[in-house]
Design a protein around this ligand. Structure first.
Ligand code: NAP
Length: 486
């Protein structure tokens, strides 16, 4: 379908409208004709009479739908529009928009609108201030398939895709980012390629990455490429959960109490990894022992009846990166001397894996206390960053954010400390080759990019989500395409 937003035209008269609508009809697409009131997001300040005339003209040209604000229909336009519609095939969309927040009582609003004109398609669109505001829209749409109910804003973006599964008549996409007519609108290109719009149906299962921010995550690209390749009726979404652990808990409760939405699993990233663990623990559900040990989850699986279980694949991702680069199995890491730089979440996952195979680990961190606490848990050594000058390591792993985009000139390790018989693994994957890796290569050392860990942890997640192995080639290609496009 094409939506014609006549309120964006600089001028509206019969001639202009005739040409505008005829040209649109020549595409062969169905037409929604809208001349939006500025009080509900319209662009130019046309009078009520001018907008009514435009709608009547569109009806006379037999467009498929006209969209009129419910409040204007009720107060002024009902008689004339009804008379025109009675003699035509055109259907009426009666709409209500709130650009600031959720409507007070959605069910009541729906009833009020449908009572005005029972043949109408009801359209209710409001701004989600938080992703949790989307669930009321999902509930209402599920009860009233064939209507148009979705949320605006970044937090509402998933509703623009999920609405198709729930039987929404349409979602709105823009031709490009600059021509978006409402906040949070996806481009047609992203909806169709990245988010597999054409394949969404009532049976589609959803996955997603929970984080804040998530807009630039590569996970949707790699999972959706994999789902496409496997012909899976699944879609992976960016799930922007702002706030604290209570907001995450509310989101997970919303998901698990609505199995009909079809959410099956989540990747979890900053800042929700430890809150995810607390949530699953609080529910008394299964947590993989390694994840308990790490103290954070990066994977949630939504099982039968909405039960959510927890896993951590960061460790698996890092261990597989090391063993495949070194062409050894995990036991080959036994007694290897490893310097881990950083003592945050990723360092903890990697130290847990290395400690399990008996590597000799030293943790170096800016905040020495934090390094010591982590070292005490896994019975290894710790030291301040300055001690890197005297390190005796065969493998060095950067688990800090030093060198990550946009801070690409930074490095956690002066080049003079790198020797040619070392293996240097940077967990950062943006950029693909960090300053640390460039300098390590120049020093003749072997290197591993964080992209390896990213791919392997995602492959392990795919297997947890679907019980089927992921196609490494497809995931790799998707990551490189994405990074090359930046
Ligand atoms: P985190 O928990 O916030 O830990 C950050 C670590 O970086 C801490 O040790 C912190 O030291 C150190 N750090 C930050 N700024 C520093 C600075 N200016 N100077 C010295 N040290 C500094 O983060 P995380 O979750 O562990 O993630 C760390 C990195 O891992 C990320 O930047 C990301 O690139 C990478 N990562 C990779 C993958 C993958 O799949 N490849 C997955 C997740 C994350 P203090 O303790 O002193 O603050």
């Amino acid at each position: 379908m094409l939506e014609l937003r006549a309120d964006f035209l600089k001028e509206i008269n019969e001639d202009i409208l005739r040409r505008y609508i005829s040209e649109a009809k020549n595409t062969g697409l169905k037409i929604i004709f809208t001349c939006r009131d500025p009080r509900e997001g319209g662009k130019n300040n046309y009078t009520q009479q001018a907008r009514l005339n435009a709608l009547l003209h569109a009806v006379s040209m037999n467009v498929d739908y006209i969209d009129c604000e419910a409040v204007n229909f009720k107060n002024q336009l009902e008689h004339e529009l009804k008379t025109a519609l009675n003699k035509s095939q055109t259907r009426l969309i009666l709409s209500a928009h709130d650009f600031h927040q959720q409507f007070d009582n959605l069910e009541m609003l729906y009833e009020e609108i449908i009572t005005l004109y029972p043949e109408a398609v009801v359209k209710i669109v409001y701004t989600a201030e938080h992703i949790n505001d989307c669930f009321a829209a999902f509930d209402l749409l599920r009860e009233n398939p064939g209507s148009i109910i979705m949320c605006m804003g970044q937090a509402g973006q998933i509703s623009r895709l999920i609405c198709k599964k729930l039987g929404g008549l349409v979602s709105y996409m823009s031709l490009d980012e600059a021509s978006a007519s409402a906040p949070g609108q996806l481009t047609l290109q992203d909806a169709k390629s990245l988010y597999r719009w054409d394949s969404i149906d009532a049976d589609t299962e959803f996955y997603g990455v929970i984080g804040d921010p998530v807009a630039h995550s590569m996970s949707p690209a790699i999972f959706n490429a994999c789902f496409e390749h496997n012909g899976a009726n699944s879609l992976y979404l960016p799930i922007h959960v702002q706030g604290e652990s209570k907001d995450l808990s509310e989101f997970l409760e919303n998901v698990s109490s609505r199995p009909w939405l079809g959410f099956r699993g989540f990747s979890v990233t900053i800042p929700h990894k430890t809150a995810a663990l607390s949530y699953v623990r609080g529910k008394g559900e299964y947590i993989e022992p390694l994840a308990e040990n790490i103290g954070a989850l990066n994977t949630l699986k939504v099982g039968f009846g909405g039960i959510i279980t927890g896993y951590n694949t960061d460790c698996e991702g890092a261990m597989r990166s090391l063993t495949s680069a070194m062409k050894i199995d995990r036991h080959g890491l036994h007694q290897k001397h490893v310097a881990v730089i950083g003592a945050g979440g990723v360092a903890r996952a990697i130290v847990a894996g290395l400690a399990d195979v008996g590597a000799h680990i030293t943790i170096y961190n800016r905040t020495a206390d934090k390094a010591k606490r982590l070292a005490d848990v896994f019975k290894c050594k710790s030291a301040p960053l300055e001690a890197l000058a005297d390190m005796n390591a065969e493998v060095i792993i950067n688990c800090t954010s030093l060198g990550m985009h946009p801070d690409t000139d930074s490095t956690p390790l002066p080049q003079r400390y790198i020797k040619k018989d070392m293996l240097v693994f940077d967990t950062i994957y943006n950029p693909l080759e960090t300053r640390l890796l460039k300098e390590a290569k120049a020093a003749g050392a072997a290197v591993i990019s964080g992209v390896e860990m990213f791919i392997y942890q995602a492959m392990a997640q795919h297997e947890i989500f679907t019980s089927a192995p992921a196609d490494e080639k497809v995931m790799r290609q998707a990551v490189f395409n994405r990074l090359a496009a930046k």
